[in-house]
Design a protein around this ligand. Structure first.
Ligand SMILES: CCCCC/C=C/C(=O)SCCNC(=O)CCNC(=O)[C@H](O)C(C)(C)COP(=O)(O)OP(=O)(O)OC[C@H]1O[C@@H](n2cnc3c(N)ncnc32)[C@H](O)[C@@H]1OP(=O)(O)O
Ligand SMILES: NC(=O)C1=CN([C@@H]2O[C@H](COP(=O)(O)OP(=O)(O)OC[C@H]3O[C@@H](n4cnc5c(N)ncnc54)[C@H](OP(=O)(O)O)[C@@H]3O)[C@@H](O)[C@H]2O)C=CC1
Length: 257
């Protein structure tokens, strides 16, 4: 299933591929023979990531803030010039800040929705029109979050990710006529660079609330994402697959007062 030539000659873009889950996804796709372009906002971070990924296959990077349509268009130009096609888009870039709902200002709400929902659409709209629709093929995986029971403690991202979850279903139907599959992966709490930004007080004891009694790894999210892009998943579209050690069914995301 994960053989080294399964994705040979396939071209992938992984947003937020310079760190954490995105980096692990890029590495897994390279290990399966794909050519991968990682993107993000910080050039130095991308350069270092691309250097450390280079032993695993053909990798490049492109600075692109997904919130800026013209930067997304420039990323599409870069891919068109370099590879002439695109097969996979992994919308992984995103983030938010923890806060009780009543303290999320309209500006803060807008910032998080803009990053996670609008940014994902900017990428999806552009890459579909530039590549997937004309090619009549393509596969998209959206990395969202565990929104199964809402997202207490991060209402803004819950709302944004629910938007992407619904977008996933709609596009799977609308774009089936172009041979495009669209799926989502919903990670629970994953031991990644991103998690380092959350205060210890929130994370302390959290593993005990998860049925599998541990946090997930970035590699585990990468395996699932890669699987969804392979021909083995050719009949899967419009799905959101949770990878959370069972947390959506039992256990708290946050300790609320
Ligand atoms: C148990 C834990 C479970 C965790 C599960 C999930 C984990 C992950 O998702 S890991 C990924 C982690 N990485 C991140 O989340 C970092 C990403 N964050 C950002 O990129 C940015 O902070 C942003 C996109 C969320 C906002 O950036 P930007 O658009 O540049 O907006 P500003 O910085 O200008 O802020 C606008 C506005 O937003 C409010 N705000 C921003 N940060 C905070 C904060 N830390 N706390 C409270 N409020 C915040 C605030 O209202 C800002 O306006 P001003 O007050 O006028 O600055
Ligand atoms: N770790 C976890 O427990 C969970 C993570 N997630 C989600 O998974 C994804 C990956 O997170 P993780 O790897 O943990 O955290 P990281 O903070 O390591 O990764 C987030 C990546 O997104 C990029 N990014 C953020 N905003 C933008 C933007 N506007 N334009 C371009 N790139 C952007 C960052 O790159 P740069 O700094 O270069 O801009 C960074 O590489 C995120 O969407 C996160 O919210 C969901 C649930 C749980």
């Amino acid at each position: 299933m994960f053989s080294s030539d399964l994705l040979k000659e396939r071209i992938a873009v992984v947003t937020g591929g310079g760190s954490g889950i995105g980096y692990a996804i890029a590495k897994q796709l390279l290990n399966m023979g794909a050519t991968v372009c990682i993107s993000g906002r910080k050039e130095e971070k991308l350069r270092a990531a691309a250097e450390s990924l280079a032993p695993f296959g053909e990798v490049c990077y492109c600075v692109c803030d997904i919130r800026e349509p013209e930067q997304v268009e420039a990323l599409a130009d870069f891919i068109a010039q370099r590879y002439k096609r695109l097969d996979f888009l992994v919308n992984n870039a995103g983030g938010q800040f923890p806060a009780p709902a009543e303290q999320i200002t309209p500006k803060g709400f807008h910032a998080v929705v803009n990053n996670n929902l609008n940014g994902t659409w900017n990428m999806t709209y552009t890459m579909a029109n530039r590549f997937f629709i004309p090619q009549k093929s393509g596969s998209i995986v959206n990395i969202i979050a565990n929104i199964y029971r809402g997202f207490p403690g991060m209402m803004h991202t819950g709302a944004a990710r629910a938007g992407v979850d619904n977008m996933t279903k709609t596009l799977a139907v609308e774009w089936s006529r172009y041979g495009i599959r669209v799926n989502a992966v919903a990670p629970g709490i994953i031991q990644s660079t991103g998690l380092e930004q959350y205060p210890e007080s929130i994370k302390q004891g959290i593993a005990e609330t998860i049925p599998l009694k541990r946090l997930g790894t970035t590699e585990e999210v990468a395996y699932l994402t890669a699987f969804l892009l392979t021909p083995m998943a050719a009949y899967i579209t419009g799905e959101t697959i949770y990878i959370d050690g069972g947390q959506r069914l039992r256990g708290d995301m946050f300790k609320l007062n």
